[in-house]
Design a protein around this ligand. Structure first.
Ligand code: GCB
Length: 599
């Protein structure tokens, strides 16, 4: 069960109960929990909602900024009827590292705060009785972990997060917790690939079970009508007059997998899939052979009170805003989002550039956060970091490979590619991840401002170029914006003159904007300046054919560490943190609704 990442379902063979709600919570600044028998139960606790980050409920700063070990606990009941099943606890995300204890026994550990894991608990659990789960979490940042940063100790003894990235280090049980019961012989993974032939399609599937069993697979259309069937652990489902999943016009089929032994159905797993192909041909991004121009955003899982805790209500509002403004895509900057976000994008026909939390791999870029002047890939932490990085890319692709919404894998945000020192790491990672995705989606990463066509040493790796560029904000700002535009055109002229035959997507650009600040003529931070900045970028985009997408930074304002460059967070949102539009959102709405899909 440890390496199984299938999204939990409940059906005739499987059980899935929510353990969301109030948990007991306690800080452990001296890391005494284990010696003090906390795995057997916590005392003197606070109540903490799950899913949520703990930080923003506190009214004192030491608690909100707390870094170190902290604990969660709750009781749960396991029915007697589950005795012949495997019982597990699935954590959709525990940020950043976790140890799971059940009835005092250590069950497993997990590193990585944005991907799910399951702890199989049969050996510790009492059937037909009450049980206790205790979770030890730790939110320290390290250079050899994802996302990268340091943990400092202040002179008063308190630890402090020093992220090399620009989002608040929210931590806790940020996503749902499930109590699962699954058959001992079961489906542990599946994948699908697609081939289109005129009006028809072939869905090639592979089902992995943990033990031998007869496999049957069927495909149902949106009305529940079975349109294709097959037997065996791999096979083809032929779909006549296939209804394709299109950008903005999703259509989902249901794939139903069953395992049989001695005439009985011993496991069932079903999921929605969308028939579509993804290809990069020359400068074009093709979905079902049709060129698509991306418009959308970089985003964050970030909201009031819950911090990075996944909230269906916020995600629903964000999707409504994206629809309103005419977006067709987003990047899951800077970490994999909750799986429900992908299911919702599958339904909405939204494309996702799916990113691992490999962020903070460029110290100079974090200079405004107190970053250091050292090449990141020169550090002695690199080998250890690589192992964690690869592990998370593997889990990301395993988790998300069947979502029609996933367009591409982003393997880093703004790594330092300004020297050759990055090349061995990139070579190894791109090689090790080449065959992980059965659909062979493009792999990419974002290029920081000073990793240009001229200076980057990693241009041979991505299938699509993602550029993060901030003229008009971090340099050539205000009245100098015309020089910013000229400089951007100079860089793009170099790309144009090159023989690199790949699409370029602008994956970040923009400027901080204080909602409600108006000024004529504009000044930086005013709503007028944000619109002028976007207009400048759009003029540039419209001059180069090989630019195949625009994703301004950010959908909404979000929380960061405090600092002299941030006024209570990053304010580059087109929407405020409570998801109301700034003036530039109306400007973008008009542009994006007027642009044809293939622009
Ligand atoms: C970037 C980063 C993003 C920051 C953004 C900014 O290049 O990728 O995480 O939030 O710039 O606003 O500085």
């Amino acid at each position: 069960m440890e390496k199984e990442l299938l999204y939990p379902v409940a059906n005739v063979n499987r059980r899935n109960e929510s353990l969301d709600g109030l948990w007991q919570f306690k800080f452990d600044p001296k890391s005494i929990g284990e010696q003090a028998d906390w795995p057997k139960g916590l005392s003197d606790t606070l109540d903490m909602p799950v899913p949520s980050s703990f930080n923003d409920y506190f009214t004192d700063k030491d608690s909100r900024e707390y870094v170190g070990d902290f604990w969660y606990a709750r009781h749960f009941f396991v029915p007697t009827e589950w005795q012949d099943k495997l019982v597990g606890l699935r954590f959709d995300a525990a940020t950043h590292r976790a140890k799971i204890y059940v009835n005092g026994q250590l069950i497993r550990s997990h590193e990585g705060g944005f991907l799910p894991f399951t702890a199989e608990i049969n050996r510790a659990v009492h059937f037909g009785a009450d049980n206790l789960v205790v979770v030890k979490l730790n939110n320290e940042l390290h250079r050899d972990r994802l996302p990268a940063g340091d943990t400092a100790t202040l002179r008063n003894g308190h630890k402090m997060a020093k992220p090399f990235f620009d989002f608040y280090n929210y931590a806790g049980l940020n996503r749902s917790v499930h109590l699962l019961a699954v058959p001992k012989t079961r489906v542990i993974d599946y994948s699908v690939t697609y081939a289109l032939d005129g009006e028809d399609a072939t869905v090639h599937y592979t089902v992995t079970a943990n033990h031998n069993a007869d496999t049957t697979v069927r495909l149902e259309d949106a009305n529940g009508v079975v349109v294709a069937k097959s037997n065996g652990s791999t096979g083809d489902l032929l779909v006549a007059n296939a209804h394709l999943w299109q950008v903005g016009q999703a259509y989902l089929y249901k794939l139903v997998i069953e395992l049989h032994q001695d005439g009985a159905t011993i496991d069932t797993y079903s999921a929605e899939i969308g028939i579509r192909t993804v290809a990069i041909v020359g400068h074009e991004i093709l979905i079902n052979g049709q060129s698509v121009y991306l418009r959308g955003f970089g985003r964050h899982e970030d909201s009031n009170f819950a911090g990075r805790g996944f909230d269906l209500k916020v995600e629903t509002r964000d999707l409504a805003l994206m629809k309103w403004i005419g977006a067709n895509s987003y990047r899951s900057s800077h970490y994999p989002y909750d799986e429900q976000a992908y299911q919702m994008a599958d339904k909405a026909g939204i494309l996702i550039i799916d990113e691992v939390p490999a962020v903070g791999f460029k110290m100079a870029a974090a200079s405004f956060l107190g970053g250091l002047d050292q090449n990141f890939f020169d550090g002695d932490w690199i080998d250890s970091l690589y192992d964690h990085h690869l592990d998370q890319v593997q889990d990301l692709i395993k988790r998300d490979k069947n979502h029609p919404s996933v367009l591409a894998w982003s393997l880093f945000n703004e790594p330092d590619t300004s020297s050759e020192k990055c090349v061995p790491y990139f070579t190894k990672l791109f090689k090790a991840t080449a065959d992980l995705d059965p659909q062979k989606r493009p792999r990419t990463f974002t290029l920081n401002e000073d990793d240009t066509y001229e200076t980057s040493h990693a241009l041979q790796f991505p299938d699509i170029y993602l550029l993060n560029r901030y003229p008009g904000w971090y340099h050539k700002w205000g009245y100098e914006i015309s020089d910013g535009e000229a400089g951007l055109r100079d860089e793009l002229d170099q790309w144009a003159a090159s023989d690199i035959d790949k699409p370029i997507v602008f994956s970040e650009y923009g400027g901080d904007t204080q909602a409600g600040l108006h000024k004529l003529p504009s000044v930086m931070w005013s709503e007028e300046y944000q619109t002028e900045l976007l207009e400048m970028f759009n003029r540039v985009f419209d001059s180069y054919d090989f630019i195949r997408g625009e994703q301004p930074w950010n959908l909404a304002d979000f929380q960061t560490v405090e600092g002299n460059m941030r006024v209570d967070g990053n304010k580059k949102g087109l929407f405020t943190r409570d998801r109301q539009p700034k003036a530039a959102a109306f400007y973008l709405k008009k542009r994006w609704h007027d642009l044809p899909l293939d622009y």
